[in-house]
Design a binder for this molecule. Structure first.
Ligand code: 5U1
Length: 675
């Protein structure tokens, strides 16, 4: 046999190794001893070494070929990777079948049933029969290029066993880790003193996202195919059942636990059979998938948003377990919302050990009547956050304590407030509270607020994490040397940032009010407040009644403003900001101001010679006018600059008077001088 030329021999070895691989990893039925596999493998390696031109990417020796990478490239799926509608009860299944029959106008429909793998959906693209690209599902439209990692999975063919392979075939399925492999992996981790993986799904996800394929190769991943995306030159069979047969012929692993059944009765029988055998399966599943079997019927049924109407994922009920509420802590989120979190006696449920569960808010705790010390049922399904389902009231110990929402923020000590009609309690120390620091700074710096160009997420993280900035006034004390020393910063960026910070000192009152991040005070309300009060001291002195005289400010917004300004910590930060030289042009309060444009509606179009859009709008609004986006019969004036566009034409059609910038200014001034 060895008298063959190297080309023919390499080909023979490759085909034999592919087959052994398939028998071992897909069929779980090896036909040769490991030693023979190794001998063939080494012979092929030696041949490829001696004749590098024989080394093809689909060779069994090339599974772990490429070097570690920096990150994953994005791949746009040729056909979107869909998500499935979920069903949780027999009723959901009956409803699904009824709807399918109604649309297809059939008495009974045949369905293909499969396990719903608890793994990671991937797409494998074969060009001319060779695995060319493999990607994760991502958001369904775009995934990550994990080709090198997928190539290390022995159950995935690198080459389709066809003499004339199709130009393009996209196979879809799920990467997972079998239970026995997961346990062995964790035993090895424990022996090395390394961290254990929580469950097979997490272990598989971690392995697939390794930047170094050599590390993925060390993790025992498996794969099951269940569908096809794009196919060119590969005639798609008529049904899902046949498709699975064809995928199996191409040596893709397909689950043997699958069936084609008739009607809802068949679906429910499959479900109960799978529920029974679930513990004995080699892999984790979280339900079963039903698909209308005939592809012609699938096409007729189509999609609703991103989920096919022809398929349903029937999920197993979420696992529940008994635990105990050891305590209830309160966490403060980035926006200041206080969330009570139950500290639980550790309990294994839904594949992980659960020690915490969110209790959402005070009302939820009352509704479920949860006390500290209670025995509770805890539920966890899939990747969702664990929840407390119910209390075992009969077991309530005499020393059980009710939960009381703290009146002061556990992080910064500011007052905790709860607005009418809101479930959440919030910390009122928005500008000061460490939990809200990053959010407050980002809000403060954004373009529509203080407009500090270059102060984005990453830089805020750096500034806060390094302790350089705690509250917004700290920004104005930053020095060049300190900034330039930050990683990835450099002298030029530091200078640019300092300039942007310096420029932001010159602002408007409405921007400043918006920048404070008062709950329920958006840009428009900030503008209304600025117009109404004219300057900051008047706003700071306002009571609930005077606040509600501002248009669109009702009791809820007024309460938010009072809570915020009533918090001493926030006042201190505002004072410090003013000390940093932040300034604006104050105006008399609206009540004392002439209103030459009161009740008038104006439209701005084109570029004005001196005033920016924002400035023109501010002046018009300051004079009592309103600026809208489109011209109608009710428009009083259109103010037009250079390149005005269709709004000017519309004004002329409707006979609306058109002003240029100087006419607008004189209208404002003229009326001002009259008053
Ligand atoms: N077993 C299986 N899982 N799964 C997931 N089949 C299957 N099919 C899917 C998905 C998202 O989608 C097709 C119905 C398009």
């Amino acid at each position: 046999m060895k008298s063959q030329g190297p080309v023919a021999r390499a080909r023979e070895l490759r085909e034999a190794l592919d087959l052994f691989n398939y028998q071992y990893y897909v069929l779980d039925a090896p036909t040769v001893p490991d030693a023979q596999y190794d001998r063939f493998f080494r012979e092929l390696q030696a041949l490829e070494e001696a004749h590098p031109e024989l080394r093809t990417p689909d060779s069994p020796t090339q599974r772990v070929g490429s070097a570690p990478r920096e990150g994953f490239r994005e791949i746009r799926h040729k056909v979107p990777m869909l998500s499935l509608n979920n069903g949780f009860s027999e009723e959901d299944v009956l409803h699904f079948d009824r709807r399918v029959r109604e649309i297809l106008q059939r008495e009974q429909v045949a369905y293909a049933c499969e396990p719903k793998f608890d793994g990671l959906a991937v797409s494998l693209l074969y060009r001319d029969g060779r695995l060319d690209e493999g990607s994760t599902r991502g958001d369904g439209e775009t995934g990550e290029d994990v080709t090198a990692n997928l190539r290390t999975i022995r159950a995935i063919p690198l080459r389709l066993p066809l003499d004339s392979p199709p130009p393009l075939l996209e196979v879809r399925g799920e990467v997972l880790m079998e239970k026995r492999d997961f346990e062995a992996l964790n035993r090895a981790q424990a022996a090395r003193g390394e961290k254990l993986f929580v469950n097979p799904r997490n272990a598989a996800a971690g392995a697939l996202r390794q930047l170094d394929p050599a590390l993925t190769a060390q993790r025992p991943l498996s794969f099951f195919a269940y569908g096809v995306g794009e196919a060119v030159g590969w005639p798609i069979p008529d049904s899902q059942g046949e498709l699975m047969e064809r995928l199996a012929q191409l040596r893709f692993p397909v689950p043997s636990e699958r069936a084609v059944v008739q009607g809802a009765e068949g679906l429910l029988r499959f479900f109960s059979k799978m529920s029974e055998i679930r513990p004995a399966l080699r892999y984790d599943i979280d339900g079963v998938v039903y698909k209308v079997n005939a592809f012609s019927q699938q096409q007729e049924l189509g999609f609703v948003s991103r989920a096919p109407r022809f398929a349903l994922a029937h999920k197993f009920p979420a696992e529940e377990a008994l635990s105990e509420i050891l305590d209830i802590d309160v966490q403060v989120g980035r926006t200041g919302a206080l969330t009570p979190v139950a500290r639980l006696r550790p309990v294994f449920v839904g594949g992980v050990t659960v020690t915490n569960a969110t209790l959402h808010n005070e009302d939820e705790i009352r509704r479920k009547d949860i006390h500290i010390g209670d025995q509770v049922w805890v539920r966890r399904a899939g990747d969702v956050i664990p929840e407390v389902v119910s209390v075992v009231l009969a077991e309530r110990p005499p020393q059980a304590r009710a939960f009381v929402m703290p009146s002061r923020c556990p992080i910064c000590g500011s007052r905790v407030v709860r607005s009418e009609g809101e479930a959440a309690s919030r910390c009122s120390g928005g500008l000061y509270c460490p939990a809200q620091r990053k959010q407050a700074l980002l809000h403060f710096a954004q373009r529509r607020a203080m407009d500090i160009d270059g102060l984005g997420d990453k830089l805020v993280d750096q500034l806060v994490d390094s302790g350089l900035v705690r509250t917004p006034p700290d920004l104005y004390g930053l020095g060049l040397a300190t900034l330039a020393d930050l990683p990835r910063m450099g002298d030029k960026s530091a200078r640019n940032l300092l300039e942007a910070i310096d420029r932001s000192r010159e602002t408007t009152l409405s921007r400043f009010i918006f920048a404070l991040g008062i709950r329920n005070v958006g840009e428009t309300t900030a503008r209304d407040l600025a117009r109404h009060f004219g300057d900051l001291p008047a706003l700071l002195a306002a009571d609930g009644e005077s606040l509600q005289q501002v248009p669109e400010v009702g009791p809820v917004v007024a309460r938010s403003i009072l809570d915020f300004l009533g918090e001493e910590h926030n006042r201190e930060v505002i004072d410090r900001l003013l000390d940093c030289g932040i300034r604006w042009v104050a105006a008399p309060a609206l009540a004392q101001r002439p209103q030459p444009l009161a009740g008038m509606t104006l439209v701005l179009t084109g570029v004005l010679p001196h005033l920016s859009r924002d400035e023109a709008r501010a002046r018009i609004e300051g004079a009592g006018g309103k600026v809208t986006g489109s011209v109608s019969k009710r428009t009083h004036y259109v103010v037009a600059g250079a390149d005005p566009g269709s709004k000017l034409e519309r004004a002329q059609e409707l006979g609306v008077p058109v002003l240029d910038e100087s006419q607008l200014l004189s209208l404002l001034n003229q009326d001002l001088s009259k008053s």
